[in-house]
Design a protein around this ligand. Structure first.
Ligand SMILES: *Cc1c(COP(=O)(O)O)cnc(C)c1O
Length: 461
């Protein structure tokens, strides 16, 4: 304790650092291969303070104790998003290959922001982005970057769209509008409003049709009412609440006619386009100026990764490249620098876990695993429709099933949900639709079985 700390102690290869690395990797290996992932549950701040405080000290508590604290106290106070009974929000279900490779990404100290530093990693990430772009029908010249999540992906795409609109105005000698506007459906994800807030622009919404889908006709009226001010239209390729895919083809027809940027937010749902029979539902995506899809949602990669793809990446470079003297050596080169395509500079090569898993298993495996979720949603929806006292709020289109338990109040749903978690059977938080409390299953994991879902339905009796 009193001996002065040697500067290299944490970094040098020594008995101590070797043991630390071994202990950490042993735990990682065990967690990655758990037969039965515990669902776990959060603790109150004062309980955690009682159980886990005091870990930051002058002399350190040592790796053994720190890992034990994590394994025995901190980790069980985190809900396992990869548990098959985790059906809230959008679950996470990383493939074993992808989560193991995430450890490699950490161990490799790769700077993923520039070609000069991370060429090999950037190349592999681009292989994945180009494969996705082709699946979505984008031209071979499309390209992009993996960013932290859909929120940053949407923001980055919309900033690029505004920059492109400003440049077009400047070239044409047109003034910019007093207020820029983003047009989307009333069902669009909250991150669109968040992006608008950051950008200090307005959002105008078009009413979705009876099926919850944004359609070109409703959009056209909104665009005409805001002529010259719309920087982009956002279509959703699978809403988070219901998994509804907008009528992207009719939306694209309207944006192309007016020369307005079309962004497709497919953070959750666009992965379904990898399933052949689902492709028609996404017609029009091939006309998008930018798209996003989150590998940490339905592409079985660990948190956190969003694939952001532009039809014309050069427009993103113009909007996002940071200029600084210490960066001149990078920005002066024609290399592919992922940092320059989004709101970011330093970046983890967060696309590599997906690259490794895709390379390992092949694309057919991905298509089959995504299709499993769609089929399971259909099966359990049919079971819900058959049961007395339960009814569907809407037929599922992707892998989200929203339903109600007749006669229950919001408090009933909450009490049931708390009990389900307490009994460690599942994590299904109450949701609401048009002011009505409802339940929602979001299915991602191929380990989520029909029997498990039926067991949860039984508990609603
Ligand atoms: C999840 C989601 C987002 C936000 O993505 P994050 O990765 O959570 O930031 C945006 N749009 C849609 C449609 C989503 O489902």
């Amino acid at each position: 304790m009193t001996s002065p700390a040697r500067p290299e102690q944490m970094h040098a290869i020594s008995e101590q650092t070797i043991h630390t690395v071994d202990d950490v990797l042993d735990y990682a290996r065990r967690r990655a291969l758990y037969e039965d992932v515990p669902l776990d549950k959060p603790l109150r701040p004062n309980d955690l303070a009682r159980l886990a405080s005091g870990s930051i000290t002058d002399g350190g508590i040592g790796a053994r104790r720190a890992i034990a604290l994590f394994e025995n106290v901190l980790a069980p106070a985190c809900i396992s998003t990869d548990h098959p009974g985790y059906l809230s929000f959008i679950p996470s279900a990383p493939s074993k290959a992808s989560l193991a490779f995430d450890v490699v990404v950490s161990a490799s100290a790769i700077y993923g922001g520039s070609w000069m530093e991370g060429a090999g990693a950037v190349y592999a990430e681009n292989e994945v982005l180009h494969w996705l772009g082709r699946e979505f029908g984008l031209p071979a010249t499309a390209g992009g970057v993996f960013v932290q999540g859909g929120t940053i992906g949407n923001l980055s795409a919309l900033v690029t769209a505004r920059d492109a609109a400003r440049r077009r105005n400047a070239e044409a000698g047109r003034p910019n509008p007093a207020r820029w506007v983003i047009a989307c459906s009333a069902e669009a994800h909250s991150s669109i409003a968040s992006a608008a807030e950051v950008m200090d622009v307005d959002v105008v919404t078009a009413a979705p049709d009876a099926g919850g889908r944004l359609h070109g006709d409703a959009l056209a009226a909104v665009l005409d009412a805001h002529e010259g001010a719309v920087l982009a239209v956002v279509a959703t390729g699978g809403t988070t609440n219901f998994g509804i895919v907008d009528d992207i083809a009719s939306v694209a027809a309207v944006t192309k006619e007016r020369g307005i940027w079309l962004h497709v937010d497919g953070a959750y749902g666009l992965a379904a386009m990898l399933v052949e029979r689902m492709r028609p539902a996404f017609a029009g995506v091939e006309l998008a100026d930018s798209v996003i899809v989150d590998p940490h949602k339905w592409l079985f990669a660990p948190f956190d990764a969003c694939a952001l793809i532009y039809r014309e990446p050069s427009l993103a470079l113009q909007a996002h490249t940071q200029k600084a003297e210490y960066l001149d050596t990078l920005t002066g080169s024609p290399d592919w620098n992922p940092s320059d395509l989004a709101v970011q500079l330093t970046r983890r090569s967060r696309g590599l876990p997906l690259w490794f898993s895709l390379a390992t298993h092949g694309t057919a495996q991905y298509r089959a695993t995504i299709e499993y979720g769609i089929d399971l949603a259909r099966r359990i929806a049919d079971e819900i429709a058959r049961r007395d006292g339960l009814s569907l709020v809407r037929e599922p289109q992707l892998s989200v099933v929203v339903f109600r338990r007749e006669g229950w109040t919001a408090a009933d749903y909450q009490a049931w949900s708390d009990r389900l978690l307490e009994e460690q059977r599942g994590f299904v938080v109450p949701s609401s639709h048009a002011g009505e409390p409802v339940l929602r299953f979001a299915i991602i994991s191929p380990l989520t079985t029909y029997d498990l879902l039926v067991d949860i339905l039984d508990s609603l009796a």
